[in-house]
Design a protein around this ligand. Structure first.
Ligand code: KG4
Ligand code: ZN
Length: 353
């Protein structure tokens, strides 16, 4: 296929957290990626408030679908399939997207695919770098999840190698930002402040990296000890009447997270004998993660694929990208009584009902 009319035209809907995203793709070509975010409504609470997110999805969804159709220059009759995030995510927020997707699929008489949000974070890379070479190792790092996956087939064979045993990587960024007095969501702010700081200023702990931990948790992550270490360090600083060096703390914290993420991802590539690493999820937008991953992949002879930052955070294009891969693979659609599953397991790529 070559990006032509014979490729499936898929509309994807994403409502698992605080972004109402609608994307339209043809095969691996991005035609529209429209997002309405309720992040400002949550900022005052320092985290996403589920009920507020659900209500925002309700008002945003139909206008965002219209905008995406307009941007792509297609009409509903052109759409071949509707894909929607069926999980994991906030239950009420997911329900809005799933209910809307069912309504569009029924009204347009097109197949419906309920897909996994995490696999969609991996699939979005197709829109930038083409179809994913398989097998690949995927590092998925977002506000709610941190996983290392072996991807033998993006649409049907995704095996978890490890995951966080406590906080997700993005959650750690958000919590540390909060204790440094930076706005929510904290990841981009830490990224920015770290540019002016010294990553070696403070030796923060690398979670689950000691030889004993690696025996039991080779591909697992832990960020809660790191978060506590930062909190204690900042408290000690304040107790001693010293100004907190926010740039240095940001840089040193970020270095600890990124060091562990890239080290474990490369270890998985090497021991599984796999030559492609793809990184997805909101934290994949982090500039230091991108630089260190590139350096370590180059050293190990591994090809690195990371989508551009705008495609790393939640959006509808990623859902449409996975939907198109599923249609291309000829897999059967989800039933119209498709449930939303807030705890959907990472290895279930398409929900069958
Ligand atoms: O994938 P995503 O948009 O939503 C979830 O599925 O959770 O990820 C959001 C997370 C937030 O925790 C945010 O702080 C983090 O991604 N994030 C970043 C950066 N941009 C977003 N973390 C570190 N550096 C960034 N540049
Ligand atoms: Zn996400």
């Amino acid at each position: 296929m070559n990006g032509g009319e014979d490729e499936p035209l898929v509309l994807g809907i994403e409502t698992s957290c605080d972004e109402t995203g609608v994307g339209i793709v043809r095969g691996t070509t991005l035609l529209a990626d429209e997002v309405a975010s309720s992040v400002e409504e949550h900022a005052q609470f320092g985290g996403v408030v589920p009920e507020v997110a659900s209500r925002a999805h309700l008002t945003a969804l139909v206008p965002v679908v219209r905008r995406a159709l307009g941007r792509a220059g297609v009409s509903p009759g052109d759409i071949d399939a509707v894909a929607v995030t069926a999980g994991p995510g906030l239950a009420g927020a997911l329900l809005v997207g799933v209910a809307a997707a069912k309504a569009y699929a029924l009204a347009w008489d097109r197949p419906l695919f309920g897909v996994n949000h995490l696999a969609a974070h991996v699939a979005v890379d197709r829109l930038e770098h083409g179809r994913l070479p398989e097998p690949a190792i995927a590092l998925l790092v977002s506000g709610g999840h941190s996983s290392l996956l072996r991807v033998d087939d993006l649409t049907s064979d995704v095996v978890p190698l490890g995951a966080t045993i406590d906080d997700a990587a993005g959650e750690a960024f958000d919590k540390v930002a909060r204790l440094l007095g930076l706005p929510f969501p904290g990841g981009p702010h830490i990224d920015e402040r770290a540019r002016h700081g010294d990553p070696a200023a403070i030796a923060f702990p690398r979670g689950l990296s000691s030889p004993r931990d690696v025996e039991r948790h080779r591909y697992d992550f832990s960020f809660s000890g790191l978060k506590t270490a930062v909190a204690r360090w900042v408290e000690a600083c304040e107790r001693n009447g010293r100004a907190v060096p926010v740039d240095d703390v940001s840089a040193s914290f970020q270095e600890a997270v990124v060091d562990v993420l890239t080290r474990k991802a490369l270890a998985a590539c090497t021991s599984e004998g796999i030559g492609t690493l793809v990184i997805g999820g909101g934290v994949a937008a982090n500039s230091r993660l991108r630089t260190m991953a590139q350096r370590r992949c180059d050293d190990a002879g591994v090809a690195l694929r990371v989508p551009r930052p705008g495609l790393c955070t939640d959006n509808g294009a990623m859902v449409a990208a996975l939907g198109a891969a599923v249609v291309e693979a000829g897999l059967p659609p989800s039933p119209l009584d498709l449930p939303a599953d807030s705890g959907l397991a990472v290895d279930i790529v398409i929900v069958r009902g």
